[in-house]
Design a binder for this molecule. Sequence first.
Ligand SMILES: C[S@@+](CC[C@H](N)C(=O)[O-])C[C@H]1O[C@@H](n2cnc3c(N)ncnc32)[C@H](O)[C@@H]1O
Length: 339
Amino acid sequence: MRNPAAPGAVTESAELVLPLLPPQDLAAVASACRALRAAVTGVTARRAADAARGLEPLPIPFRNCVDSKPYAYFLYTPFSLTRLAPGASAPSAQPWGAAWVRPPGPTWPRPNLDGFPSSVCGCACAAAECGGTQCACSDADADAAGPGFEAGMGSLRECGDGCACAPSCRNRRTQRGVAVRLRVVRHLHKGWGLHAAEALGRGQFVCEYAGEFLTTEEARRRQKLYDELASGGNLSPALIVIREHLPSGKACLRVNIDATKVGNVARFINHSCDGGNLHPVLVRSSGSLLPRLCFFASRDIVEGEELTFSYGDARVRPKGLPCFCGSSGCSGVLPSEET
Ligand SMILES: C[S@@+](CC[C@H](N)C(=O)[O-])C[C@H]1O[C@@H](n2cnc3c(N)ncnc32)[C@H](O)[C@@H]1O
């Protein structure tokens, strides 16, 4: 039997425990001995190499030429999670940076988001036929021209849990994770930002905004807390409120998604006052009540370009944080969420 005090045993045990620790605890462990410092360095390098921790089809690395932060710490989910029960809390730990290699592709099970009996609606097509005129989930406008790039929020219908088709169906283009090359880059004034690591074509699907679906009551409670922490420079909140309006202007649907603690790479998308190069689209899948927020390239994007969208109108709450989007029409103020 191996002597548990031997350096090899220390490293082996560390490999199991260290990936579960947040950065402050990792730093404390690193100061204990040389073997642990080496193990922590390995975990840190592997975290910096993939923000998505193997849960997306491609790795999404961090790049920082500005300061010494190697990565941003949060829990990753490729799909939104429902936390609609009052007081329900997110998972508190998730291994990240382990030496063992995860098989490629999303392995976090995609939940039936709202418990809606999914067999109630959907199509019965064979995979290759979906999206055509015979398909119950077809979205004729989107089939012809993509989800549309008029100002404001677009909309799109896709096959979903209620359909007979396979995950490879062509009418599930937003359901296969982040399939374009991206990286997370550190900025001097904006914190981290999401960048294209390859050229993207207009209309190409980039990513979903995944996080925790919240009740409005919980969203208001968290926003208050985040506003306090953000004003002290201690947090970059990623809580988004989506409102759909009737032609009368009245809001008819409100969805709150918080990617601050649990989210995917969309939590790194910064604001641009000129609307940016991403088009937000509400995607409805057959068999699911809750729509998902997805981002498509609103124009051709070159490799290295930062991906941005408009968080809203800064005039609604003019006392926001300073905006550093750099666009010619920058209002100077970052629009803040009105929950
Ligand atoms: C959804 S997060 C975006 C990712 C964030 N930069 C990070 O480091 O995690 C939103 C936060 O990013 C920062 N941010 C986004 N756009 C910005 C901009 N145009 N100018 C300055 N800060 C910005 C603000 O701190 C904002 O609260």
